[in-house]
Write a protein that binds this ligand. Structure first.
Ligand code: 15L
Length: 272
């Protein structure tokens, strides 16, 4: 991997990642709508709207590996999600195929499977249960990954990312927190590990309260070094006593599950 493209490079995760990946790869090509103000000598910025297929084709030219963070990172209207995350991801995989890109790491999300209860521990091969239009777009992206891996030979890794931050910010995030340094470890497996065809890993650190069975990631060489439990005492002591929506409290996706909720929760809970 010499030239690595990061889409969504000016976003929260992208900004942290650039700093950590700069010393690892010879050149980082960064794309976003807004130009970062602090470009390093080995970073090139190309402003790109991911919904513009021709622009994405040009962006992918000469690239060895892609970290696809671009698009909307929270819930949005159908039109926003459609353009940014569905059309955008399709254009990206198509651009990569045409340009002969070898590897893609796709930033999926815990919200692709957000409707699993917090009382369950899920492996990567569960049936998707998206909790939002945003989560649904991540299921689509994972599907694209499998299609382009098996049909076109791009080595693809989908990372179902929990929450990337310097430290977990609340009780829910004690289960799903991912430190930026551990994110880099996962990305490097996706970009560099020999033999990757299509893999799904959970993007979490070494979290004692995790809702995910990430043993497959460990088999692939993941050795996380951050532990959310180190922050648990402080977080739980500071956690507000505010009443949580029962749907948000029950499911892993939290407030993404309770937003716009209109089902009969008690009946669903009883039958499933
Ligand atoms: C995500 O997928 C979002 O991108 C991020 O903003 C957080 O909301 C995170 O999930 C989460 O579940 O905490």
């Amino acid at each position: 991997m010499e030239r690595v493209l990061i889409t969504g490079a000016a976003g929260d995760i992208g900004s942290r990642l650039r700093v950590l990946l700069r010393p690892v790869y010879r050149e980082l090509v960064l794309s976003d709508r807004v130009r970062p103000t602090d470009l390093a000598a080995n970073e090139t910025f190309i402003a790109t709207d991911l919904a513009d297929a021709a622009a994405v084709d040009a962006l992918c030219s000469g690239i060895d590996g892609i970290v696809h963070l671009g698009g909307k990172s929270i819930e949005g209207t159908w039109d926003e999600i459609l353009q940014s995350n569905i059309v955008g991801a399709y254009n990206l995989f198509e651009g990569a195929r045409k340009a002969g890109v070898k590897r893609i790491v796709f930033a999926s999300s815990n919200h692709a499977v957000g409707f699993y209860p917090r009382t369950t521990t899920i492996p990567p091969d569960v049936i998707p249960r998206p909790d939002s239009r945003y989560g649904l777009s991540k299921v689509f992206g994972e599907g694209l990954g499998a299609l382009y891996a098996y049909k076109h030979g791009i080595g693809v890794t989908s990372l179902r990312i929990g929450n990337v931050a310097d430290a977990p910010i609340d009780a829910r995030r004690l289960a799903i927190w991912l430190s930026p340094e551990d994110l880099v470890r996962l990305i490097r497996i996706g970009l560099e590990r020999p033999g990757i065809v299509y893999e799904v890993m959970y993007g979490i650190s070494d979290n004692a309260r995790a809702w995910y069975d990430n043993s497959h990631a460990v088999e692939l060489g993941y050795a996380p070094e951050s532990r959310s439990e180190d922050y648990a005492k402080k977080i739980l002591a500071a956690e507000g006593k505010d009443e949580q929506h029962p749907v948000a409290a029950h499911y892993q996706g939290g407030p993404f599950c309770s937003a716009e909720y209109s089902a009969d929760f008690e009946t669903i809970k009883k039958n499933n």
